[in-house]
Ligand binder design. Structure first.
Ligand code: ADP
Ligand code: MG
Length: 308
């Protein structure tokens, strides 16, 4: 049957984002540990029903690169609650805050996983993710890497009041100019930026200067990046992306295949970026997608959790 609140026991909060928060809960009847997302909405009953109906598409999204959906329900007059697979390694933004930058080969495996996930939701369900960022890429101590939080419900996307202030942005230049100009290529840009962040261990905007990059790359593995003092307004960070050259990955510290892939994703003009189909043919994705095993990732994820 359908889920309701009395079926779950709250364990702890996992994190909070723009539109709500996520908790670890136990589904009492089966003992399954789940991640439950709480989304606050200020809308009418009719809209709640519409959103819940749209979310049901998630039941058919079954793929090893997509976080499994268990069900959703309305809570009181103000929330939608979405129950999904719990990923014990957490999201990649948390991995780098704990552990620092990731090794190029792991970034390659992440790229391969995300490309697979994006291809599945587009090809099988005609869904564009719309929110690719490290916090929506989850990992597990089993060595799985999966996507979550894709824009399956247009009504839900429209109903969440986005407050951009103080958020890191993964928005492509064309979206900053006109948010409705949205295609898979915008997700591809966000993927490029996310991978660059994993490589440096810190968000690449405001732009990193060569000496900052050198300092970050000198840090030993397992060392979180120092907090950067940000003296620029959020709006200037976005304007930079629109007005100036595309950011490029440092070829001094990353191999040619890695730079080729990330730089191609980050091209300013959406039509200059690789197509979704071509992403899986890049050496970077092919090579690490094939050679980095689930065991290697599992070990890496466990290492990143140590000392938490
Ligand atoms: P955001 O993605 O913007 O950080 P969310 O509300 O989507 O905000 O998620 C908050 C945090 O909860 C995420 O950063 C992530 O660390 C954690 N989280 C989300 N979904 C899961 C999940 N299925 N398993 C484990 N942790 C999760
Ligand atoms: Mg999220």
């Amino acid at each position: 049957g359908e889920f309701n609140d009395s079926m779950f026991e709250l364990d702890r909060e996992l994190g909070a984002g723009n539109g709500g928060s996520v908790e670890r809960v136990v589904h009492k009847e089966t003992g399954t540990i789940m991640a439950r997302k709480l989304i606050h909405l200020d809308t009418n009953e009719e809209m709640f029903k519409k959103i819940l109906l749209e979310l049901n598409i998630l039941k058919d999204c079954n793929h090893k690169r997509v976080v499994a959906f268990y069900g959703s329900y309305q809570y009181q007059r103000s929330q939608i609650r979405i129950c999904m697979e719990y990923m014990d390694g957490g999201s990649l933004d948390k991995v780098i805050t704990r552990f620092g930058k990731l090794h190029e080969s792991i970034i390659g495996a992440v790229a391969a996983a995300v490309v697979e996930g994006m291809t599945y939701i587009k090809k099988e369900h005609d869904i564009i993710h719309r929110d690719i960022k490290p916090s929506n890429i989850l990992c597990s101590t089993q060595g799985d890497i999966k996507l979550c939080d894709f824009g399956v419900s247009g009504q839900l996307v429209n109903s969440i009041v986005q407050s951009f202030v103080g958020t890191r942005s993964y928005m492509s230049p064309e979206r900053i100019i006109a948010d409705h100009q949205y295609g898979v290529s915008s997700d591809i840009w966000s993927l490029g930026l996310s991978l660059m962040e994993l490589g440096y261990g810190t968000h690449p905007f405001p732009r990193l200067k060569p000496d900052e990059i050198e300092e970050l790359m000198r840090l030993p593995e397992g060392t979180p990046a120092p907090q950067r003092a940000v003296h620029v307004d959020f709006i200037d960070i976005l304007a930079d992306r629109v007005e100036n050259d595309a950011p490029k990955l440092s070829s001094e510290f990353f191999g040619p295949d890695c730079c080729e892939f990330i730089d191609a994703c980050l091209r300013k003009e959406p039509d200059q970026r690789p197509t979704l189909d071509s992403l899986s043919n890049f050496n970077f994705v092919k090579h690490y997608g094939e050679t980095i095993t689930v065991q290697t990732i599992a070990t890496y994820v466990k290492k990143s959790l140590n000392g938490e």
